[in-house]
Design a protein around this ligand. Structure first.
Ligand code: SIN
Length: 282
């Protein structure tokens, strides 16, 4: 597709574009939104710098991609339960989402996307790394594609460091919620077809994957470890570098991500929104 309303600047070979020429505080006409949506599908991660957005404006933009979903394990803002604050203070060591994962892959219908809006950034660091799971699938051998094509795996919220419930319990400043759903898990195909692009992705959500269907964790571990390493190789990745006012949206159906924890002694504050309406992976 050619782009007339927006300008795209790729941030890496594997994926990710910065989009120029859009003020997200203003209502978007359909043509501009169609181009942004196309850029999202083609590039998996879209980034807008130098925005000045209220929570209402963040929500209005996110809702163009699908209905908002409430993240289960952290209480949202009082007036905006669909938004929660990811905050790491200078005296904290742990961060949220620090291990590779695809958001809420433990749900029956994992979300379409995740949006972060940067309110306060450290003087350096605090990037999000993402990896392209289409590339992870495309680069497997034909034999491995055939083998994995018939396999389902379990994705659980309970693993330590998963970015799910186990992670938020470690965060002293997070207002945790719904711990009764702590053991939430779902079976999904390890190779899923993106419902909009029809491309196949290796659905590796490293911090949530526990085992293959009808297999024990011990039996599954060697293959899952191989896939975790394969999916996270540097050639498949990009880094989102934020500054105050950066908004980023990624596609959870074909990426996984991790928050880097390289800014101890400084504060990082993001607003995080979940775009729901995802498919049952198939
Ligand atoms: C997340 O895993 O949702 C948070 C990512 C980040 O803070 O960079």
């Amino acid at each position: 597709m050619s782009y007339e309303k927006i300008t795209l600047n790729p941030i890496a070979g594997a994926m990710g574009v910065e989009i120029e020429g859009v003020d997200l505080s203003q209502p978007l006409d359909n043509k501009t939104f169609d181009e942004i949506h196309q850029a999202f599908l083609e590039n998996l991660v879209i980034i807008f710098h130098d925005q000045n957005l209220t929570p209402e404006q963040c929500k209005a933009f996110a809702q163009r991609f699908g209905p908002l979903e409430i993240y289960p394990f952290v209480k949202g803002l009082d007036d905006h339960p669909e938004i929660f604050e990811i905050r790491k203070e200078p005296d904290e060591q742990r961060n949220f989402g620090g291990r590779w994962h695809s958001d809420m892959s433990f749900s029956d219908q994992p979300p379409v996307g995740t949006m972060l809006y940067a309110l306060e950034m450290p003087s350096k660091g605090g990037d999000t790394m993402l990896t392209n799971l289409y590339n992870a699938y495309d680069t497997l051998s034909d034999g491995m594609k055939d083998l994995l094509g018939g396999m389902q795996a379990e994705y659980s919220a309970a693993l330590k460091g998963s970015g799910g419930r186990a992670a938020v319990m470690n965060m002293t400043r997070f207002d945790v919620d719904n711990l009764d759903r702590a053991e939430q898990a779902a079976m999904h195909p390890i190779v899923r077809t993106h419902p909009e692009t029809q491309r196949k992705a290796l659905y590796v959500s490293a911090g949530h994957l526990t085992r293959f269907e009808d297999m024990t964790e011990e039996e599954s571990k060697p293959m899952l470890d191989y896939l975790r390493e394969h999916a996270a190789q540097p050639d498949f990745t990009c880094r989102v570098r934020y500054r105050k006012g950066t908004l980023c949206l990624w596609d959870n159906r074909c990426t996984q991500h991790r928050a880097l924890n390289d800014y101890h002694g400084e504060r990082r504050v993001m607003h995080r929104l979940t775009v729901g309406g995802g498919d049952h992976p198939s």
